[in-house]
Design a protein around this ligand. Structure first.
Ligand code: NAD
Length: 358
């Protein structure tokens, strides 16, 4: 018997190669925007300038910093107020989207998001702001972009290594959606299709970053992953990565890519239904093997030690993560378990991963 409550978040999704300028103009007209704040990293100024050229009264705002420090959020809010902004457009990865969300959170100004990575923030109503080295996240429908414009033409420039890490971040959304607090058959179905698309697209992108079909599948999979994640909420994997990113300033996508096999190995044997869905999506005998095969094809990042995480911080990190572990996690989680998991992720050892399926 199926019993569940599912909420679908409402937004328009426009998908098409090299269509972002036309799509954006259409949205600006539809929303009758008069003063636009185009949020993009300084390194993306050329593309931002090209987009702004098509728009009435657009100001480019490029103070984009990873993990949205509160001081930067406040400066961006002030800019929006001073310039009478009535539409936010974010162009870039999760950092650009995150800054636009921080402005929308206190002002209610709508966002049109144009993502250029596979982070997926554009399809969620989750915001994140960092204050005193701790990242706070929250849920508020005001930060959900009203429209997402997916233009695969903007993703060819994403370097292969980042594409791989970001794509595995998306994959982590799918996997975590299988056992996250509000998991249900609808977001599990989207997560399953997301894994299939990412498992097809990412190896093609790795082989040839200009492969259109690979990029299409990766971007489509990233969207599905974010919709599933947004509906299901954060599971154990996201809680771990959230603490690591906020407290130790680790790069978001790579942290997800590294931690995922360890969480999967830890939970999959205890969650047979989820494990079967993930295995089917990978087309592999079991979930852990499916992820291992994909990671091997991609040459995925393996060790947190390579990204500046200090082994000595493991006990503290485990203590910080424990209170955040979702109640419905399929297995009871202890500090010792978390320490072991983090040690594996720190060293990049496959032992825990391989052992779990034996
Ligand atoms: P990011 O936005 O910081 O981008 C990573 C790097 O990629 C940057 O150096 C950027 O300049 C570069 N880049 C982005 N797109 C590019 C392109 N097409 N070509 C070349 N270079 C490109 O990182 P991210 O992984 O996209 O996002 C991470 C942030 O998003 C974190 O702060 C994370 O917490 C947040 N996030 C939030 C949610 C949510 O639902 N609120 C979901 C996922 C991620």
């Amino acid at each position: 018997m199926l019993t569940f409550t599912h909420r679908t978040l409402g937004q328009r999704v426009l998908f098409g190669e090299n269509k972002s300028a036309d799509y954006l103009l259409g949205e600006v007209n539809r929303l009758e925007a008069r003063a636009i704040m185009l949020v993009a990293e300084a390194s993306d100024r050329e593309r931002a300038t090209q987009l702004a050229r098509h728009l009435p009264n657009a100001s480019i705002y490029d103070r984009v910093v990873p993990h949205v420090p509160i001081e930067e959020a406040e400066k961006a809010r002030e800019f929006a107020g001073v310039h009478g902004i009535d539409l936010l457009v974010s162009l870039g990865g999760g950092s650009a989207t995150g800054l636009a969300k921080a402005v929308a959170l206190t002002t209610g100004i709508p966002i049109v998001a144009i993502p250029t990575t596979y982070a997926g923030s554009e399809a969620t109503n989750v915001w994140g702001i960092t204050e005193s080295a701790r990242k706070t996240t929250g849920v508020d429908d005001r930060v959900l972009p009203v429209t997402v414009i997916y233009d695969v033409g903007l993703t060819y420039s994403l370097p292969v290594e980042l594409s791989v890490a970001s794509g595995l971040n998306a994959l982590a959304h799918c996997v975590d959606s299988m056992w996250a607090p509000r998991t249900d058959p609808i977001n599990q179905a989207m997560a399953t299709e997301g894994i299939r698309a990412l498992n097809t697209g990412l190896p093609a992108v790795k082989q040839d970053p200009l492969n259109r079909e690979g990029r299409d599948q990766a971007l489509y999979g990233a969207y599905l992953s974010a919709v599933a994640f947004s509906s299901a909420g954060s599971g154990l994997h996201h809680k771990i990565c959230h603490v690591l990113g906020g407290a130790y300033n680790l790069p978001h996508a790579q942290t997800h890519a590294i931690v995922l096999p360890h969480v999967l190995a830890y939970l999959a044997p205890i969650a047979p239904e989820a494990q079967a869905r993930i295995a089917t999506a990978f087309g592999s005998p079991d979930a852990v093997t499916g992820l291992r095969r994909l990671r091997e094809k991609l040459g995925a990042p393996a060790a947190l030690a390579d990204y500046g995480f200090d082994e000595a911080a493991i006990p503290e990190a485990a203590r910080l993560i424990l209170p955040a572990v979702p109640e419905n996690t399929p297995r009871e989680v202890t500090v010792a378990d978390l320490e072991q998991l983090l040690r594996g992720a720190w060293a990049g050892t496959a032992s825990m991963t391989e052992g779990a399926t034996q």
